[in-house]
Design a protein. Structure first.
Length: 397
């Protein structure tokens, strides 16, 4: 069985934490599910999707009580040649989680015995795409044990929990069943809040005249205060915070940016306790005067040749074509480069209206030789040179 959506699911992290709790201790219990402090567990609100496998009995409602009547999920066979088929399971529940300080996933589950070392992993996600593994279920009988694992970010609001089989070895085709008797997200609203918000996402930058307008999305955590905005000279930093504190809302205008300079930005979500999320995606922007649409340039073509000077004597020649990000010629760019080898000189020339700089060596040679030339820089008052976009940096003739 093939599902296109499955190919877009991403697993982040490798930790499979999970402590066992037998439902007989002093921890408060609601319908067989552990309860933290005074907040009731958040239970599944839907079977969101069964991408691989089938629900053989029950539904998400069966996971609300630890009563020995579980929701049962059975693997299915993949497609392909009979010898390479394998058993697969991918099922997702949706939750609406109450706000608090810290969060745990609680799972009471077991699966059918097998000789394929096939267990089942429960993972957490904010967006139903990127999943973090939390708990591995290895039990093969109902022993009323609940496994607990901390959720690494604020889980308030809508989240997703996925169960998958751990072994997808071609040729291992036994269809196992996992039984989920109770499944909940536990919220602690009494202890210190040590859980950061989830990363902001969809950061975008709109350049203007001596300014950059940033916008992003967040997950709407109950205690979210805003986001801190950081700026750096490269995509890897170093980063400097440019907001005095968490910026409320989902937009910020950097009015300290200078025109025709490349700036990189990222944000970190912050809650009211001061916990910071991991970094968002990184974006780049170049402020520019009104009416300027293109700000980058690169070498689109480099031709090296030899040109006759007087009888028997020749000089090196490099024709360098410079264009902007729209592919249009850039005039007035000063291109500098090195002739090397038989000729050894650093020379420069400006591009004409067609974007071509013709660079000639003043050294001349007689007889057979090879002309070598490499572009080392290009400057223009209204453009930023991007050598990593060059079609060629060096040539020979």
């Amino acid at each position: 069985m093939v599902n296109a959506r499955l190919s877009h699911r991403v697993v982040s992290g490798v930790g499979l934490a999970g402590s066992a709790l037998v439902l007989a201790g002093s921890l408060a219990v609601q319908a067989g599910i552990p309860q933290v402090a005074a907040t009731a567990p958040s239970l599944a609100t839907a079977d969101d999707a069964t991408l691989l496998g089938v629900i053989s009995s029950g539904s998400y409602l069966a996971t609300h009580d630890s009563d020995g009547t579980p929701e049962a999920l059975r693997e299915v066979l993949s497609g392909g040649k009979p010898k390479t088929r394998r058993s697969l399971l991918d099922h997702v529940w949706r939750f609406d989680v109450a706000g608090g300080g810290n969060y745990q996933l609680a799972v009471e589950a077991w699966h059918t015995p097998n000789l394929e070392h096939d267990d089942f992993v429960f993972s957490f996600s904010r967006d139903d795409v990127h999943f973090t593994p939390l708990i591995t279920v290895t039990a093969v009988a109902d022993d009323d044990t609940v496994q607990l694992a901390s959720i690494p970010v604020d889980a308030s609001g809508t989240i997703y929990v996925r169960v998958e089989d751990t072994d997808e070895t071609p040729g291992w085709k036994v269809l196992d069943t996992v039984f989920v008797d109770s499944l909940a997200v536990l919220t602690d609203d009494q202890g210190p809040d040590a859980t950061p918000p989830s990363e902001a996402y969809g950061l975008a930058a709109m350049p203007g005249d001596s300014m950059v307008t940033l916008s992003w999305n967040d997950w709407g955590e109950w205690d979210l205060e805003g986001a801190r905005v950081y700026r750096g000279p490269t995509a890897d930093g170093p980063w400097s915070q440019i907001t005095s504190g968490p910026e409320p809302g989902n937009t910020f205008v950097d009015d300290t940016a200078a025109n025709l300079n490349a700036y990189y930005y990222m944000v970190k979500a912050a809650d009211t306790t001061g916990n910071l999320s991991g970094p968002s995606n990184v974006v780049m922007a170049v402020p520019r005067p009104d009416g300027v649409t293109t700000v980058f340039m690169h070498v689109s073509k480099l031709t090296v040749s030899q040109q006759a000077v007087v009888a028997g004597w020749r000089q090196g020649r490099a024709d360098v074509t410079v264009v902007d990000e729209a592919g249009k010629p850039v005039a007035g760019a000063l291109v500098t480069g090195d002739f090397w080898g038989a000729l050894s000189q650093t020379k420069s020339a400006a591009t004409d209206d067609k974007g071509v700089a013709t660079i000639l060596s003043t050294q001349t040679l007689k007889g057979s030789f090879v002309a070598n030339f490499c572009v080392t820089s290009a400057t223009q008052p209204t453009k930023i040179y991007q050598p990593d976009q060059n079609a060629a940096n060096c040539g020979s003739k």
